[in-house]
Design a protein around this ligand. Structure first.
Ligand SMILES: [Zn+2]
Ligand SMILES: [Zn+2]
Length: 360
């Protein structure tokens, strides 16, 4: 027993020395860690190490509901060396920065629709894209009817800020011609297909798809094809056969998801507490979103490989709740399912059928 006692005293002694040592050299340790972080991140394009292909950055997997773990809806897409952002909810731009998304390569922002949670990060994105990207012309922002008013509104709101930055950094750094967004409204002609190719070159094709988010009309989903890889993004919609048809055979489907059962339970609790207005909102949102099981059905019918839920309602503060959220989704869809989290990156290298998930 003596050897045990001595051993414990020895261990205790080492722990005390370690604590004293740490406190003595705390500043040096912190400085070294800071320097290492700078070496690894400052001015380093982390995306340069990625293979050629499609890369999806989950910069926001939440909804309008305040959520400590999920920013508003935001997806960054890298196709070869061109970068796109599809919707930019509040907090999305900060996540893009933390994830090493190359804002300097940002080509165009696409909007699915003009609900506040999909656009309330636009001012921040345009500002950082302008200054960080050393842009010489405004950022194209493409979306449904109404996009022009929204973008011009953001431009007006941030105009004064732009004058401060130009005065402070000079026109070489803050080129006045690069400030703000250049709106471009997409109109999908009426017809049964309800889709329109909005960009196409040898390697990349972007198709807008009319989805159903009534009374918000029009509202779009998108399909992106780059070389031999493809993804689709639902935007906000109910289960929509047009979106299913347009997503046929994509590698990765990103679908919004609202658990109707969970939302109904919250609504009932609000009603019971006499909060009629809030209860009404929870009742209303049931009719223009997709339950995870319905999204699983869409993925199954479209024959996709991997389904990622984003725009998640309600909040899932603990992972255990994902089981309730998913319901029977896993028996409805044969492929892989991921409940999206901010910071996830999906890499789809060209010339392969791999989908690699990582978390920044
Ligand atoms: Zn939304
Ligand atoms: Zn919406």
């Amino acid at each position: 027993m003596i050897w045990l006692k001595r051993g414990l005293i020895g261990l205790l002694g080492l722990a005390v020395i370690a604590i004293i040592g740490f406190n003595l050299f705390k500043t040096q340790i912190a400085e070294r860690a800071f320097q290492r972080a700078i070496d690894q991140n400052a001015g380093v394009d982390r995306s340069a190490a990625l293979p050629d292909g499609l890369h999806v950055y989950l910069c926001g997997t939440g909804s309008p509901m305040p959520d400590a773990t999920r920013a508003g809806p935001c997806l960054g897409v890298l196709a070869g060396d061109r970068a796109y952002v599809f919707d930019v909810g509040s907090g999305g731009t900060r996540n893009l920065g933390a994830m090493g998304f190359p804002l300097a390569k940002l080509d165009t922002v696409y909007l699915t629709h003009l609900h506040s949670d999909h656009i309330d990060g636009l001012g921040e994105l345009l500002t950082l894209g302008w200054i960080g990207g050393n842009r010489a012309e405004p950022m194209p922002v493409r979306g449904p009817t109404g996009t022009e008013g929204v973008v011009n509104g953001f431009n007006a709101a941030y105009r004064l800020d732009s004058t401060y930055r130009i005065a402070h950094h000079g026109t070489e750094v803050a080129n006045p011609n690069g400030f703000g967004g250049a709106p471009d409204e997409i109109t999908i002609p009426a017809g049964p297909g309800g889709q329109l190719v909005v960009f196409e070159d040898d390697d990349l094709k972007i198709t807008a798809i009319r989805v159903d988010h009534a009374p918000i009309d029009p509202a779009f989903g998108y399909r992106i094809d780059y070389k031999d890889r493809s993804i689709s993004i639902s935007g906000d919609t109910i289960y929509q056969p047009r979106f299913v048809a347009a997503s046929e055979g994509v590698d990765l489907m990103l679908h919004e998801a609202l658990s109707k059962g969970m939302v109904q339970t919250i609504g009932a609790a609000l009603e019971e507490r006499g909060l009629r207005n809030q209860a009404t909102i929870f009742e209303d949102i049931l009719d223009y979103h997709t339950d995870p099981e319905e999204a699983a059905k869409a993925a199954q019918e479209a024959g996709v490989d991997h389904l990622v839920y984003y725009h998640i309602v309600p909040q899932l503060p603990v992972k255990l709740l994902e089981t309730v959220f998913l319901g029977d989704s896993k028996s409805i869809f044969d492929g892989k399912i991921t409940v999206g989290e901010d910071g996830m990156i999906f890499t789809l290298p060209a010339g392969s059928d791999k989908i690699v998930k990582s978390k920044s």
